[in-house]
Write a protein that binds this ligand. Structure first.
Ligand SMILES: [Zn+2]
Length: 311
């Protein structure tokens, strides 16, 4: 074993997890990898639509966003297993909770984000489509590395959402990740210590959720030792932290920026203070959704590289 793998595993050396409390139950059969038939699709659809409708009622998703979430969730449930579906739910439920909480607190920063609070299909796909694609690939050609990539992707989007939502509550003025200079709250690429720590916590949260799921319902060829699972979680979390940093960097450099003709602020939106805004920098096609997709792919790539190097 290589040095980093050795040190990551050392405190857990020799420990194995107790048998899953679900082993042998009908629930286990329902959530296990490699099922077939129509039932997983029907249950996945019902579960995903149920979650989408609750989010729609809470105004966390638009109608198109709820439909997109239903599609992504159904795919992950039917073609994946507990870990694939539950990690999506962990991302979605935690992010929605923070968004609603922040809405409740009425942050001043809210006004300058491209979209405020209610997520549409573009945002749902930006956060979920890469993960769903990895799940499809794993169903076609099973390999544990697909799951490592998926966890890195989901840790990235979770880290980014937690950092955005909780960082918006920071009393400290955000600083540009590119120049280090203070920028108005809500500026793309602006970072705070609170947001950065929240992002890291989100990435670790996804890694931890994955370990619990993999204990309850293991994937094929998964490490039996706790140390192996902890490494997978650590690689996912590192991918997530890197992906979130990539998101801030892209947000500060290539993301499309607009200037509000009324208040003069640089914003992500095409409209501010009730007036259309004017392009003021960045690439025309690089909107917030594109930045999310690219940075989550970077997080997934790092997680899969680490998992491949230390497997
Ligand atoms: Zn304005």
């Amino acid at each position: 074993m290589s040095a980093p793998g050795y040190f990551l595993g050392l405190p857990l050396a020799g420990l194995t997890l107790p048998e899953s409390p679900l082993a042998g139950s009908w629930l286990y059969e329902l959530l296990a990898p490699g099922r077939s038939g129509a039932l997983p699709w029907l249950i996945g659809l019902a579960g995903s639509l149920g979650i989408g409708l609750v989010a729609r009622r809470k105004r966390a998703l638009t109608r198109s966003g709820a439909a997109a979430a239903g599609l992504v969730g159904t795919l992950l449930f039917a073609l994946g297993s507990l870990v694939w579906f539950a990690v999506l739910v962990a991302f979605f439920a935690s992010s929605t909770a923070f968004t609603l909480w922040k809405k409740h607190l009425r942050s001043e920063a809210e006004g300058s984000y491209e979209k405020s609070g209610t997520r549409d299909a573009g945002q749902v796909f930006a956060n979920g489509l890469a993960g769903a694609g990895l799940c499809v690939l794993n169903a076609i050609r099973p390999d544990p590395l697909w799951l490592a990539a998926y966890l890195g992707v989901m840790a990235s989007v979770t880290a980014d959402t937690w950092a955005t939502e909780l960082g918006g509550l920071s009393r400290a003025r955000p600083r540009s990740i590119r120049t280090g200079r203070p920028v108005p709250a809500g500026t793309s690429g602006g970072v705070t210590w609170l947001g950065t720590l929240a992002g890291a916590a989100g990435a670790v949260f996804i890694g931890g959720a994955a370990v619990v799921c993999l204990w309850l319902v293991p994937e094929p060829h998964q490490p039996a030792a706790l140390a192996g699972l902890a490494r997978l979680a650590a690689f996912a979390a590192l991918g997530g932290i890197a992906g979130s940093a990539a998101d801030s960097l892209l947000g500060a450099t290539l993301q499309r920026r607009y200037r509000c003709p009324v208040c003069g602020r640089t914003v992500e939106r095409r409209e501010h203070c009730g007036q259309p805004t004017r392009p003021s920098g960045g690439w025309s096609r690089m909107n917030n959704d594109a930045v999310n997709v690219l940075s989550s792919l970077a997080g997934g790539a790092l997680a899969v590289l680490l998992a491949a190097a230390f497997r």
